[in-house]
Design a protein around this ligand. Structure first.
Ligand code: ADP
Ligand code: MG
Length: 240
């Protein structure tokens, strides 16, 4: 599991995370919602060890992310991350994109890495796009490619940061469908999203972040349908 304990994060004098406490349980889909600037992306970056923290602790499967003794590259393999903007290598085919990290990072053989890549492309419904370049794929396909790339490292956790926000509306569904598939297979997921409907339908729990704090957390029914805090209510009135 992921344990986030009193995590504080500042950029210069700006306090961005002000004592975050949050657990993500095995097999759970936790949605993070909140206004732009509330600290959602920063929190994901801290979980992944991409950003240092100034207080508290984040523990992934018993390993303290920010402990200098932690092998951060080993730890990061446990955490797949997918961002809003597509980040595939443009000169590599879909298959080569997915095979790259298993080859270079996990030191798999060429054939093995390609077989693994094909398996993960099939998994996200891109089996027939193996030889396509990212530029020959739609935005929705590129985001599914990004998911396949993350899955190829066989992570225990998947972190998603607004992965549908840059997509044309008609392409959002296929990406959400892929995320639901992962959840149904038992993947543990932290999903930052503006898609309140997705959160309501798919999240086991929803956390509402407000100005660097977890303002409200609970089931979707509790947080989205019956928010107790005024800040949550205000936010949801704007989003819905
Ligand atoms: P969200 O993802 O919820 O929109 P962010 O985590 O991106 O919020 O940002 C939280 C706050 O931290 C914002 O005020 C943002 O301007 C600031 N911030 C984010 N990244 C940096 C950075 N690298 N340097 C300075 N300030 C940053
Ligand atoms: Mg963000």
């Amino acid at each position: 599991m992921i344990e986030i304990k009193d995590v504080r994060k500042t950029f210069g004098i700006l306090a961005v995370l002000k004592g975050i406490n949050l657990d993500v349980n095995k097999g759970e889909l936790l949605c993070l919602i909140g206004a732009s600037g509330s600290g959602k992306s920063t929190l994901l970056q801290c979980i992944n060890g991409l950003e240092p923290i100034q207080g508290g602790e984040i523990i992934v499967d018993g390993i303290s992310v920010h402990d200098p003794k932690t092998n951060i590259n080993m730890l990061r393999r446990k955490l797949g991350i997918v961002f809003q903007q597509y980040n595939a290598f443009p000169h590599l085919t879909a298959l080569e994109n997915v095979a790259l990290a298993p080859r270079v990072v996990a030191k798999r053989g060429r054939k093995e890495a390609r077989a693994l890549a094909q398996k993960h492309l099939d998994h996200v419904g891109l089996g027939n796009k193996a030889d396509s370049l990212p530029s020959q794929m739609s935005g929705g396909q590129q985001q599914r490619l990004a998911i396949a790339r993350a899955l190829a490292m066989e992570p225990s956790y998947m972190l998603f940061d607004e992965v549908t926000s840059a997509l044309d509306p008609e392409l959002v569904g296929e990406v959400l469908e892929t995320m639901r598939l992962l959840k149904s297979e038992g993947m543990t997921m932290v999903v930052v999203t503006h898609d309140i409907n997705f959160a309501r339908e798919s999240a086991d729990r929803v956390a509402f972040l407000h100005q660097g704090e977890v303002c409200e957390i609970g089931t979707a029914e509790e947080v989205i349908d019956n928010p107790q805090k005024e800040q949550t209510q205000k936010f949801l009135r704007r989003e819905k």
